[in-house]
Design a protein around this ligand. Sequence first.
Ligand code: ATP
Length: 403
Amino acid sequence: MLRTIESLGSLRGKRVIVRCDLNVPLDGGRITDDGRISASLPTLQALIGQGARVVVVSHLGRPDGAPDAKYSLAPVAARLGELLGADVAFATDTVGDSAADAVARLTDGGVVVLENLRFNAGETSKADTERAAFAARLAALGDVLVSDGFGVVHRKQASVFELATLLPSAAGLLIATELDVLDRLTEKPEAPYTVVLGGSKVSDKLGVIGHLLPRVTSLLIGGGMVFTFLAAQGHKVGSSLLESDQLDTVRGYLAEAERLGVKIVLPTDIVVASKFGADAEHEVTAADAIEDTPFGASGLGLDIGPDSARAFADIIRASKTVFWNGPMGVFELAAFAEGTRRVAAALTEVDGLSVVGGGDSAAAVRILGFNDDQFGHISTGGGASLEFLEGKRLPGLEVLGWQ
Ligand code: ATP
C-alpha cells in the first residue's frame, strides 16, 4: 500500500520536504507550459493548510551535476508564488548555506523552493554511495518527505529513492491521482480500448507494445515510430526516422497482434517533407510510396496524412478507453501539426476515459489550444507512465510502499 500524507501524522510546524517535478519547458526565462506546476498545487496547498513548513525540491532539465544559470528554478519559484497566491522564498543552492538559512527562516505554512537538485552530481550519480551522501544532506533540511514528482518515479535518484529511506516518507496527492488513473488503464479498462503511440523516442516506446497487445482492442501508430513498422512490412521510408535494429521486434509484434486478433493500425498516408524545417516543401503521399515524391529517397515523413488522421479519429471516438503518448508528427512546425491536432480533438470527444501521457504530448495539446479539462486526465509523466503500463517496478513508488 502506498503510504499517504495522513500516515505522517500532524505536520504543523514540521519541515516537510516535497519532491515535486517542476521540470517545465522554458524559452529563455519564460515558462511556455506551466502544467507541471499547476499539477503540484493540491499537495502544496494541503500542506500549507496544515501549517507545515514546506521545502520544495525539484530538478529542471539536464544540467551536468553543477550550477548552470539556464536551468535555475528561480522563474519556477516565482510562478509557483503567483499560482499559490502566496510568498514563496527561493534558495540559490540546494544543500548549502542559502538553503539552510531559508529553511531556518520558514514559519508555519511558509514555502521555500530550493535550487535545482541536478546542480549536484550526487542527485543522479550512478554510485550508490554518492547518491546516499547527497540524500543525507537533503535529509538534514527536513523532518519528513512527501514524494510527489510522478514524472521521476521511474528513476533511482537521490531525492526520489535514497531520501525516502532516510526520512519518514509518503506519496503526495499528484502521485496518488496519477496511479488511480493508470490503474484503471492496467486493471479493467473498458473496451474498446485504444492506445495511440507516437513521438520520436522509438526504441523507448517499442517495449510497451509487447505488454499492451494482450490488453488493447486497437493500437494506433503515428509519429516517428511509423517508419520502423512500414519498413518491417517491406516499404521504403526515404530519410524518415528508422530504427533498423528493431525490424525483427516489430515483425514479431505484427504477428502477435494477428494471433491475438488485435488491430495494429498504421497510417495509410504520410506528409513527406523535402527537409526538416518550417520552410520545407511537403506533399501527402501513400504510406507505401514515400520515396515516390519529387524528394525521392531524401524525403522525410513528418506527419500522418489526412486520411490516416480521419481513420485514427474515428477509432478513437468510438472507444471507451484511450491512452495517448507521443505526437503524431512534428507538431512544433505548423505544416506538420495537423495529425496531432486531429487526434487530440478526437480524444476530447471520447465518451469514456481519455488519458494523455508524456511531457511533449501534454505540451502539444496545450500549445495547439486545447484545455486540460477536455481530457479525462493529462499525466505529468511520459517515461514514468509508459514504464508503469509496461508493468515495470518503479523504484520511486516501491520505496513509498507501492507493490
Ligand atoms: P516525454 O517522453 O518527454 O514525456 P513524449 O513521450 O510525449 O515526451 P517524445 O517521444 O519525446 O514524446 O516525442 C516528441 C517529439 O516527437 C516531438 O518533438 C515531435 O516533433 C517528434 N516527432 C513526432 N513525429 C515525428 C516524426 N515523424 N519524425 C521526427 N520526429 C517526430
